[in-house]
Ligand binder design. Sequence first.
Ligand code: ASP
Length: 438
Amino acid sequence: MKWYRKLHWQIILGMILGLVYGIAAAQFQWTGFATNWVVPFGDIFMNLLKLIAVPLVLTSLVAGVASLSDFKKLSRMGSKTIGLYIATTAVAVTIGLLVVNTLQPGAKLAELDDTQEELKADYKSKAESKEETAKIIDERGPLQPLIDMVPDNFFGSASSNSNMLQLVFVSLLIGIALVQVSDEHRKPVLSLFEGMQAVVIKLVNIIMLMAPIGVFALITKTITTLAVGEGGEANLGQIGTVLGALSYYCIAVIIGLLLHTTIVYLGLLKLFTPLKISQFFKAIAPAQLLAFSTSSSGATLPVTMRQCKEKLGASKETTSFVLPLGATINMDGTALYQAVAAVFIAQAYSIPLDLGAQITIILTAVMASIGTAAVPGAGIIMLVIILEAINVPTAGIALILGVDRILDMLRTATNVTGDAAVCAIIAHSEKQLHPPSE
Ligand code: ASP
């Protein structure tokens, strides 16, 4: 296949063209045309992606849990898998915090007078409404988050993308019940869910065909919004400083992801499996590349499963339970990114974060990454939960939206690497890892 036919190159091209066109539109006053005729394609692309989040989580998780036929094994493998997923995610967030607090990528933005004034004014009004929210939260009981996780109506929980944790809970419950009914009942329901999962994944592939145009439009939108100040005046000088700070922020995320991959995954694989590092990476490289170019661990799931089964030698039983669960709840890259982004925004607003706030970030980022759907751009939406918890204005998300796509590609590749690493470890612990000889 020619290089320009490959999706990830087309997406990168879309980003570059969006950047160039956005700057030109701001400079030559074409923003009216861009807003009316270009930006809507970005919105359509985002809507399509959000549209598939609910069916993707529901089908992959039910099918994944229900494919394990023995309940005892399900609980043993379930606790091992979930424990490892949560532990690696907490470590990822901690690495993210260490990197962002050391590099301070948001400090430059705090020096920018205009941005600072705008952010501060916004912060004041936000802070007032936050106080009210905080009051409401204070009045809630300690077990309220647990109650919130359990929906009283299935369609209610499936009716909004913000109820992902409820949906994960319902899907696990359906999967567990499915394991316990007779084969006669289990098989048709399971194959229905597996069939639906295949359809949803096909849908992801179809939607991703629009990705280059969608990304072009989204980048155009960000650049024109950023570049045009009040009264429609282009403010390209400001873009320079903002882009500089944003690059530094991207570098912080990338360093964090690299550290996590090398220290945590490679360390765990060396300690707990007989796999050689080169063997692991060679086996899962196609999944990593697909994750990079689709920014969706959900869309990558079929390839991750195939590679882990055929090239790493993990059993079907392990891959079909550990990987769909991982694609939904294990997002180390996302959690690390969310921690860096939250602190970066706080730095831009000059809001100091004490130890308590940093611990809050660890807890909420682990929760938020669990609730993040395995689709492009979901991580930045869940960032709201963390920002609210540490009282940083959620409007700050606008700052990092422009570079989110590229970071999404990188964090998704990390997410998928984490799922595959845990899959190999669990498979080996169950004596179900038989790597093919090279
Ligand atoms: N795109 C990521 C994934 O699918 C989620 C995120 O937005 O961080 O793994």
